[in-house]
Design a protein around this ligand. Structure first.
Ligand code: ZN
Ligand code: ZN
Length: 255
């Protein structure tokens, strides 16, 4: 199993999980045209995809989902709440499967475990993906860490982990007070130290890759995210990968 990012941050997010026959796009926060170009960068054509799995309705995750799914006849998996919020003013999806936010489902050879996250959307979830041997956990857009998140992502082989902001940079930024409260609040986004605390709570012995994702371009810096995660893992800062807005990150293999 391998995975790569098409880009990550408040301007758009999409991740591809490739389990051989089954290739799944997690969110599509880019226009269909841009997503296609970014997939090409990873040597993948849209018609190789099996499905799109959606976390929540915010535009940086949903932007291209409908057009992309229609263009390539892809099944879209999402919660009832996300579907209700996402469908307003849009034409119907070609094929969508409403999922329960806590119940595992299969897409081809990939097992997909959704889990609810505290975030200011209608029914947001994040996901763990397993091919039966390796497990990839993805956690972004979560205002805090719950015991359930720690349980689901307790022993992953790969983690893509939100490091949205540095608390001091956010506090010192010129963002309006209400926006600061939203981002830093319990239903906002994880900051570097929260992500590091999460790593201290899980079994990290199997981890082959850790990537910091959804970094704020104003209120974070890659080196601060890497430093926080590396200190929790007791590893070199260079070992921590960074998902950036433009380039995402290239293929990472789980063996
Ligand atoms: Zn987001
Ligand atoms: Zn969001």
């Amino acid at each position: 199993m391998r995975f790569a990012s098409l880009g990550s941050g408040s301007q758009g997010n999409a991740l591809i999980v490739d389990a051989g026959e089954t290739k799944v796009l997690l969110d599509c926060g880019f226009s269909a045209r841009m997503a296609t170009a970014r997939l090409a960068r990873l040597g993948t054509a849209p018609d190789e995809l099996t499905a799109i799995v959606v976390t929540h309705e915010h535009a940086d995750h949903l932007e291209g989902v409908f057009t992309f799914a229609r263009s390539y006849q892809l099944t879209v998996y999402l919660t009832h709440g996300t579907h209700a919020a996402a469908s307003q003013g849009k034409t119907a999806l070609p094929e969508c499967r409403l999922i329960d936010g806590q119940t595992r489902f299969a897409i081809g050879g990939l097992e997909v475990q959704p889990f609810p996250v505290p975030h200011d959307a209608r029914e947001p979830v994040q996901y763990a993906f397993s091919n039966g041997q390796q497990c990839l956990g993805v956690l972004t857009d979560s205002g805090s860490i719950t015991p359930h998140i720690v349980e689901v992502l307790g022993a992953c082989d790969g983690l893509v982990l939100e490091c949205n902001h540095d608390q001091a940079l956010l506090a010192a930024s010129n963002y309006p007070a209400r926006l600061k409260q939203r981002i830093g609040g319990r239903f906002g986004h994880l900051e570097n130290d929260q992500a590091a605390d999460f790593l201290r709570q899980v079994d990290t012995r199997r981890l082959q890759h850790v990537l910091a994702a959804h970094l704020s371009q104003q209120n974070n810096r890659p080196e601060l995210a890497a430093k926080a995660l590396a200190s929790a893992l007791g590893c070199s800062e260079n070992w921590i990968g960074i998902a950036d807005q433009e380039g995402g990150f290239g293929w990472r293999q789980l063996v």
